[in-house]
Ligand binder design. Structure first.
Ligand code: HEM
Length: 460
């Protein structure tokens, strides 16, 4: 390419839809994945959406080299951006990890990382198995269940225990119920809309979704505050849990986090720590039961385990790992991850101005035919045949904002699946494939996946 052509390419922007912002928001609420695919078909591997009254200019891409460039760039190049982060702020608060920046973000990540990584995760295994057993003990043979309700209950109880430690009881049940009720507000894409359209964030009476959302959020924050006060007043209640960590942490200058910061981080972990795991697990149950050969192969692998198999062995089971990876590929909980530019940035031959949001698309990357032949087919074997790079398989995003709970979530999903599949036989009742639908900030399977309990080894 001549110098002149290269200069021209750099000043030009990629093609992309010229649709008005509000229409794009509505289209993406109804069918984000379909919209991404349509635009990729029309404009190729990278497309540009100009600035509108709804959001700043953005560029969406799925090329692993471009994704690598973004995920390995110096974090100081990026800003969280007031507009792109508005839905997360509305849900989780201004002090939540996904919306704080710079040194503050780095410090809080460093603080929150250890409980979700390395040997510490294994400490939760007993809790994970125990809670799964408690929940499935409620199932009766012949009963119809929506598996997503139960994966949500299991994942929420596990993260509550991780956050607050072993000190459970009525007040945690109360918090769990309120959290579930609060998240129920987002059960449809339409109900999620008010998170994305600031004009709808108005209190027009107690029956309106926004008013209900704000009221319940306030109740949750009050419960969290009561617990913070209780722990502060009784230092002997401090342990190894996340709340204790947040209460005792201080930076080099000895400064501690204030209560607003602690509350927002607690809410973030409670939300992020169960919602995506529950959705991914529900999808896994769907695939295992809609493709009997896949289900049977996993069952054979689990049955081959020694009765006293340790957690490391379960964690390393190749087919179990491949099934979970393939689910995360097919049904990512987020369609894109965002980084807003603070400085000019070159990507795929184009130069983007500060203020532009860069969106590596998880969904489009996972649908690339060159990486994943027959991408619409659920084939766990592809993860046995090939190792994908951190820029080709990106269910947990990447770089300085990569999911904090990635290792915890994968370990947890393996234990929950192994525990349920080794004791209960389920049958899929809905033959029509579910769709990925928006639920708040993430995507989940439509209809919650209806199944029947065919048989179980335990009593109940
Ligand atoms: C299957 C389960 C999960 C999936 C698919 C998932 C996916 C993601 C994705 C895509 C992001 C955005 C990353 C980026 O911008 O590059 C993220 C961020 C995050 N996730 Fe997860 N997640 C899961 C489970 C968890 C769990 C169990 C926790 C518990 C701690 C968690 C905590 C977080 C936090 C705190 C962030 C924000 C990180 C930051 O901005 O520094 N996630 N997750």
């Amino acid at each position: 390419m001549s110098y002149l052509t290269s200069l021209q390419t750099k000043t030009k922007l990629p093609d992309g839809p010229q649709t008005p912002g509000i229409i794009l928001v509505i289209q993406s609420l109804i069918d984000s994945f379909g919209l991404l695919e349509k635009n990729q078909e029309k404009y190729g591997d990278i497309f540009y959406v100009p600035e509108s009254s709804m959001f700043p200019s953005c560029v969406i891409f799925s090329d692993p080299k471009a994704i690598e460039k973004v995920f390995t760039a110096d974090p100081s190049v990026f800003d969280i951006g007031a507009d792109p982060s508005a839905p997360v702020r509305a849900l989780l608060g201004d002090n939540s990890l996904p919306v704080i920046e710079g040194v503050r973000h780095q410090k809080q990540r460093k603080l929150l990382m250890p409980p979700f990584h390395g040997k510490r995760i294994a400490n939760y295994s007993q809790t994970m198995i125990e809670i799964t057993n408690e929940v499935i003990s409620q199932w009766k043979v012949g009963q119809t269940i929506h598996i997503h309700d139960y994966t949500t209950e299991i994942a929420l109880r596990i993260i509550l225990r991780t956050v607050f430690g072993l000190d459970e009881g009525e007040k945690y049940d109360h918090l769990r119920e309120i959290l579930l009720d609060w998240l129920e507000i987002f059960t449809s894409p339409w109900k999620s809309m008010f998170l994305f359209v600031p004009a709808l964030q108005k209190d027009l009476g107690s029956w309106t979704p926004w008013a209900k959302f704000v009221r319940q959020r306030q109740i949750i924050l009050e419960i969290l505050q009561t617990e913070i006060d209780r722990r502060r007043e009784n230092p002997d209640t401090l342990g190894e849990d996340i709340l204790s960590l947040l209460l005792t942490a201080s930076d080099e200058s000895g400064e501690q986090m204030n209560d607003d910061e602690i509350r927002d981080e607690l809410l973030t972990i409670l939300y992020a720590g169960h919602e995506s795991t529950a959705s991914t697990l529900a999808w896994t149950f769907y695939w295992l039961h809609s493709l009997p050969a896949v289900g049977a192969k996993l069952k054979t692998e689990l049955d081959s385990l020694d009765k006293n198999a340790d957690l490391i062995t379960i964690n390393k089971l190749p087919y179990l790992n491949a099934v979970i990876s393939e689910t995360l590929r097919m049904n990512p909980v987020e369609a894109i991850v965002g980084r807003q530019l603070k400085e000019p940035f070159e990507l795929m031959g184009y130069e983007f101005a500060p203020g532009t949001s860069l969106f590596p698309s998880i969904y489009l990357t996972h649908q690339r035919e060159d990486l994943y032949p027959e991408p619409k087919k659920f084939k766990p074997e592809r993860f046995l045949e090939r190792q994908f790079s951190r820029y080709e398989f990106i269910p947990f995003g990447g770089g300085h904002r990569r999911c904090l709970g990635d290792a915890f979530a994968v370990f947890e999903m393996k234990l929950i699946l192994a525990t349920i599949l080794s004791q209960v036989e389920l049958e899929l009742l809905d033959r029509r494939p579910p769709k990925s639908v928006r639920r708040g900030l993430t995507f989940t399977a439509s209809g919650g996946i209806r199944m029947a309990v065919k048989s179980k080894k335990i009593t109940g």
